[in-house]
Write a protein that binds this ligand. Structure first.
Ligand code: SF4
Length: 233
């Protein structure tokens, strides 16, 4: 399967994001603006999550048997606790704030000094084209950090490309397959699939064989790996 979407440095750098980004706030203020980052034991580095209950495509997919969202871990357990739900609601509201990009850049550059890998949406998904553009702006302003963003929102990504943009080389956006054992999406750039009965497609995620952790693997962040296949739980 070919990669139809070129991945290169975007040319339309937002004028407000220059070398002085992040000088107008400190870490504590940045955390308060974005609602904090997450730090799971499975992944290297820090991540960020929204509520899976606010996924647009995912909310429809989770009702479909054998869809990759039908087994969503982010709709149960601790994700249903009132404190977590409140935190997600605050983060969702925050993405529309004018200083959200600046705050995310400050936090990611700060925490990325130690482990330069960042995972977007360990729960939840893209909310809009504007949301995606802000994430691209964050990636561009944090060039020493590699970003991975899994998504079901192929339509938002296609709208981004249709406007003539491309992604920075440090941002791997992987569109997840619709169905377990289904084929990867085409014409959307990088992808992921979930295998249960069928053989894995492309790179097979080794997490299941290594305590459910990434350990030294960074395949999901690697823009040279077209498809990553995860095992269905
Ligand atoms: S493929 Fe590698 S980086 Fe991606 S989730 Fe699996 S172990 Fe982690």
């Amino acid at each position: 399967m070919g990669v139809d979407i070129p991945q290169c440095i975007v040319v339309d750098i937002p004028p407000s994001f220059g070398p002085n980004i992040g000088v107008n706030m400190n870490i504590k203020e940045a955390k308060a603006i974005v609602g904090g980052l997450s730090n799971t034991s499975k992944m290297p580095g820090y991540g960020y999550g929204l509520s899976a209950f606010d996924c647009a495509v995912g909310s429809k997919l989770r009702l479909i048997k054998n869809s990759t969202c039908s087994m969503c871990y982010a709709l149960k357990g601790r994700y249903t606790f009132p404190g977590v739900k409140n935190a997600h609601a605050n983060r969702l509201e925050a993405i529309t704030k004018s200083n959200w990009v600046e705050a995310m850049v400050l936090l990611i550059n700060n925490y990325g000094k130690k482990i330069p890998y960042f995972r977007w949406h360990d729960s939840g998904d893209l909310q809009s084209l504007d949301h995606l553009k802000k994430i691209v702006a964050v990636a561009m302003a944090t060039p020493k950090v590699r970003h991975w963003l899994p998504t079901r929102e192929a339509g938002i990504l296609k709208a981004f490309y249709k406007e003539g943009h491309s992604l920075p080389g440090n941002l791997a956006i992987r569109v997840s397959a619709t169905m377990i054992d289904g084929k990867p999406h085409s014409n959307v750039g990088l992808t992921s699939t979930v295998s249960k009965k069928e053989k894995p497609i492309g790179y097979s995620c080794p997490a299941g064989k290594q305590d459910n952790e990434c350990k030294s693997c960074r395949a999901c962040w690697n823009i040279n790996i077209q498809n990553v296949s995860y095992a269905a739980h």
